[in-house]
Design a protein around this ligand. Structure first.
Ligand SMILES: Nc1ncnc2c1ncn2[C@@H]1O[C@H](COP(=O)(O)OP(=O)(O)OP(=O)(O)O)[C@@H](O)[C@H]1O
Length: 263
C-alpha cells in the first residue's frame, strides 16, 4: 500500500464476501486518503461494485477489517456509512427529472422552518456548495434536472454528495456516458473534490481518466487486490496488465495473487 499520503481515512484489509457458493471478494484491501483520488480499477466482474456496495453498507462483508478515521467500524447499512461521512454517486445518479437542482440536492433531507420548507436556506446552501466546487456551468439552481446535460447532471449528483459534510465520496464511472468536453469538466470536478480535502474513490474503465486525476490506483483481479500503487509511478500499460493478468512486470504482488494469475 502507499505510505506517503499520510493516514488513510478508509482502510480495508482482508475483506471477504460471498454470495452463496460464489466467493466474490477474496482478502481484498484498499486505502483512501483525504485530499487524494484513489482509482478502483478492474475488469468486468472483478468485484468493484460488490466492494463499493460493502463499503457503503448495502452488503455486509463476511470478514475482514474495516477502519474509518482510525477506528475499527462495522458498517451494515447505508445509514451507517452516511453517518460516517461516506457518500456514493452511482452510475444511474438517482436524480428526479421533474425536480429542480435544489430539490434534488436536498431530497429526503430537506431543511425546514417550522412546518414549511426553508427554500431560501436550501437555495443558498446549494449555490454555496456549487460555488465551493467552482461549478459555473449551471445557469440557475432552480432549473429542472430534465433540462440539464449529462455533465451537468453528474455535477449535481456530486454536489449533492458533498453537501453533507462527507469525508469520502465514491464515484462510480462518472464519465462513462459523457462526451469529451463534459468528461473534462467532470474530471476537473473530481480533482477539485480532492483538492478541497475530501477522499475520493473513482471507479473507472478509462485509463487516461485514471492517470489524469488519480494519486493512487487499486487494481482488482478476479476478486483479489492485484496491487495498490501510486499513480505517479505507473503507466497505463502497467495498469492494463494488472487488470487483465493480475500482475505487472514492475509491481510486486502478493504471492497468492501471482499464483492465481499464472494458473
Ligand atoms: N448478488 C449476487 N449474487 C451472486 N453473484 C454476484 C452477485 N453480485 C455480484 N455477483 C458476482 O460477483 C462478481 C463480481 O461482480 P461485480 O459486479 O462486483 O463486478 P464489477 O467489477 O463491478 O464488474 P462491472 O465492471 O461489470 O460492473 C461477478 O462474477 C458477479 O456475477
Amino acid at each position: 500500500m502507499t505510505e506517503s499520503f499520510g493516514e488513510p481515512v478508509l482502510s480495508l484489509r482482508a475483506i471477504n464476501k460471498s454470495f452463496g457458493a460464489v466467493h466474490v471478494l477474496k482478502d481484498v484491501g484498499l486505502d483512501a486518503w483525504p485530499g487524494r483520488v484513489t482509482a478502483l480499477v478492474g475488469d468486468n466482474g472483478a468485484g468493484k461494485s460488490t466492494f463499493v456496495k460493502g463499503i457503503a453498507g448495502i452488503y455486509s462483508f463476511d470478514s475482514g477489517e474495516y477502519r474509518f478515521d482510525g477506528q475499527s467500524v462495522h458498517v451494515s447499512s447505508p445509514k451507517q456509512s452516511a453517518a460516517l461521512g461516506i457518500e456514493v454517486v452511482y452510475q444511474d445518479l438517482a436524480l428526479c427529472d421533474n425536480l429542480d437542482v435544489v430539490q434534488n440536492m436536498f431530497l429526503g433531507r430537506e431543511i425546514k422552518r417550522g412546518i414549511t420548507l426553508d427554500e431560501v436556506t436550501m437555495e443558498r446552501r446549494a449555490e454555496e456548495t456549487l460555488a465551493g466546487l467552482s461549478v459555473r456551468t449551471l445557469k440557475s439552481v432552480r432549473m429542472k434536472v430534465s433540462s440539464l446535460s449529462g455533465g451537468q447532471r453528474q455535477t449535481v449528483a456530486i454536489a449533492k454528495a458533498v453537501l453533507w459534510n462527507s469525508k469520502l465520496v465514491i464515484l462510480d464511472e462518472p464519465t462513462a456516458a459523457l462526451g469529451v468536453a463534459q468528461t473534462e469538466q467532470v474530471l476537473q470536478l473530481v480533482r477539485r473534490l480532492a483538492d478541497n480535502g475530501l477522499a475520493v474513490i473513482l471507479i473507472s474503465h478509462n485509463m487516461n481518466d485514471v492517470l489524469r486525476v488519480s494519486d493512487s490506483v487499486c487494481a482488482l483481479y478476479l476478486g483479489r487486490t492485484a496491487a495498490q500503487i501510486p499513480a505517479a509511478s505507473t503507466t497505463s500499460t502497467q495498469i492494463v496488465e494488472l487488470i487483465t493478468t493480475g500482475r505487472s512486470g514492475d509491481v510486486g504482488l502478493p504471492a497468492d495473487v501471482a499464483k492465481e494469475a499464472t494458473t
